[in-house]
Design a protein. Structure first.
Length: 566
């Protein structure tokens, strides 16, 4: 969904255009309004803006000054100047920029709508440009990037032999600094279950990498790293340190800009490549001796889900959790039987990592498919003293215990299955019984996982619905609503639609309509006052809204009620 900001110091113009574009569902626009340049800049700092429809001649901060601020915050934003100034010399500066157009205020509303439609179409076409795959192929074999990734992965994984030094950064031509904190972002492609060849997967991954690089190259210094599971880690620093700005404020501004860019990246990946990608973001800059801890925490947070939504964009401060995945040790046992040999090979492979990944991300079928590869040979072993069997059982048990403890599920698991016997192998008569118990606990965990995800979604939606009903006369923009629950605006919009089968705007309109009907039956309340109480600044806008839904004007509805009452 693109975001349109309407700016003018004449309230009647802003309100009229706001109502017009808010009612044009085919444009798929999230519409915001500002009555001054200062108020417009506040919106630019709160959320990503795609199109700005603004006057030029405004007090304090005029349209040209606002244009400079817009391109500092959102370089890819399109600006449409709606002005009474027909003098070419005044608007000459503005139209030199390829993303700026203008209209005179004497133009009719249809012309304004057409220009906004064309601008929105242009943005969507730019998102769908087809040159990214070609660029990705050209950059796959760049050796320097491989050395950079290997070095930085060592830092992220806490390798004691790898240190962050200026000399190393200079030798590897890294675009970030060793003496400046970094913001960490971890991203994951949704490619599990998609049948792609290895080269198709590589092409897809590097195409996404090019999209990320393109969006983050404007105002940020960044390095993108790929790990063995095709997860992205992005290390980010502000491109320039602004004088007289505290470092905390500088990074907070960078973080707000970054969130908007990541959302654009998600949309671009979906439109260009039909590829979903999730991100988790560190809300505070990390020193280089702290990055490994935050790296692990963001990886764990990447699997956090609300409801059935699969694509996420979350800050680490938005979700409270108790640390990252457990690190598991592996040992080698003696080979006794073919089953033992197979079990040993599997238990010492990367399968446990995949099991953990599938468990964390809620991929039940994949999890049980991999789990059976371990449990089948385990069930064939006879000796209760078999060390390979004990190793495999304890490794799987530890994986499950780690998840249960981190997400606070122990009491709920006990309630469903009785006392937890994980890691306590001697209580089972055979390894087959132990394998059956692992299946039982795993099934229970996935059931609780689904319940918890649904509960999070229900709690958020219930809160948002109550907030809307209690604040009908106030700003109910998607940005403000998302700020109440600390979620990204588009993420909240998708969750609400998935769980309720309605758009947020539909719920808001229905709530306003219901409240208006309740107030209209009281003939002592003026219609102007009712319009303000349900979020409309003018009675004209309220009347248009009410008649659109009911077929009656507010006064006709009131008169009809009074006749029925008599």
């Amino acid at each position: 969904m693109l975001r349109l900001l309407i700016v003018d110091n004449e309230e009647i113009i802003v309100n009229h255009l706001f109502e017009v574009f808010r009612g044009m569902e085919h444009l798929d626009l999230d519409v915001y309004k500002a009555y001054s340049g200062e108020e417009a800049i506040e919106w630019l700092h709160r959320t990503r803006i795609d199109i700005v429809l603004t006057d030029i001649d405004m007090p304090n901060i005029n349209g040209l000054q606002l244009m400079d601020e817009i391109f500092k915050s959102w370089p890819q934003c399109k600006i449409i100047f709606l002005t009474g100034h027909s003098e070419f010399s005044y608007i000459y500066k503005a139209i030199q920029h390829p993303d700026v157009s203008y209209l005179l205020k004497v133009e009719d509303i249809d012309k304004v709508i057409q220009v906004v439609e064309d601008t929105a179409s242009k943005i969507r076409k730019e998102i769908k440009t087809g040159d990214l795959i070609r660029e990705a192929k050209e950059k796959i074999h760049m050796a320097l990037e491989l050395f950079q990734e290997d070095y930085l992965l060592g830092l992220l994984k806490g390798n004691s032999n790898v240190q962050a030094t200026k000399d190393q950064f200079d030798q590897l031509s890294l675009p970030i600094a060793a003496d400046v904190p970094v913001i960490l972002v971890v991203g994951k492609l949704d490619i599990d279950g998609v049948e792609l060849s290895y080269m198709q997967t590589i092409q897809q991954v590097y195409s996404v990498r090019q999209i990320i690089k393109r969006y983050l190259s404007f105002n940020l210094k960044s390095v993108i790293i790929l790990d063995d599971h095709f997860r992205f880690t992005i290390l980010i620093q502000p491109r320039e340190k602004v004088q007289c700005v505290a470092i905390e404020e500088d990074y907070e501004q960078t973080l707000q800009y970054l969130k908007g860019m990541l959302e654009s990246i998600q949309q671009s990946c979906q439109d260009k490549l039909n590829q979903s990608i999730s991100f988790t973001v560190g809300s505070k800059p990390s020193r280089w001796d702290e990055v490994s801890q935050q790296y692990a925490a963001l990886h764990s947070l990447l699997n956090y889900r609300i409801g059935s939504e699969s694509t996420i964009l979350l800050l680490d401060r938005e979700v409270s959790q108790n640390g990252g995945p457990a690190i598991k040790s592996k040992s080698v046992g003696d080979e006794e039987y073919e089953a033992e040999h197979n079990l040993l090979a599997l238990a010492t492979s990367s399968m446990l990592s995949f099991l953990e990944q599938y468990l964390e991300s809620g991929q039940k079928e994949k999890y049980f498919e991999e789990l059976e590869k371990l449990l089948q040979p385990l069930s064939c072993l006879q000796s209760k003293n078999n060390l390979v069997a004990q190793q495999a059982y304890c490794s799987i048990s530890t994986l499950l215990l780690s998840y249960i403890n981190r997400w606070g599920l122990s009491e709920k698991v006990i309630l469903k299955t009785g006392e937890i016997q994980l890691v306590n192998a001697p209580v089972f008569y055979s390894w087959g019984d132990a394998a059956a118990y692992i299946r039982k606990i795993s099934t229970c965990v996935f059931e609780l996982q689904k319940i918890e995800q649904k509960k999070r979604a229900d709690n958020i939606i219930s809160f948002i619905q109550s907030f809307i009903i209690d604040h009908l006369g106030e700003d109910l923009s998607l940005v403000r609503l998302s700020e109440q629950v600390y979620l990204n605006p588009s993420y909240l919009s998708r969750i609400f639609k998935q769980e309720t089968k309605k758009n947020l705007t539909e719920f808001i309109d229905a709530a306003r309509l219901q409240k208006a009907k309740e107030l209209l039956v009281n003939e002592n309340i003026k219609i102007n006052e009712i319009s303000r109480q349900v979020g409309y600044e003018t009675a004209t806008s309220f009347t248009r809204f009410f008649k659109n839904y009911t077929g009656y004007s507010p006064q006709e509805f009131r008169d009809s009620h009074m006749i029925r009452k008599k």
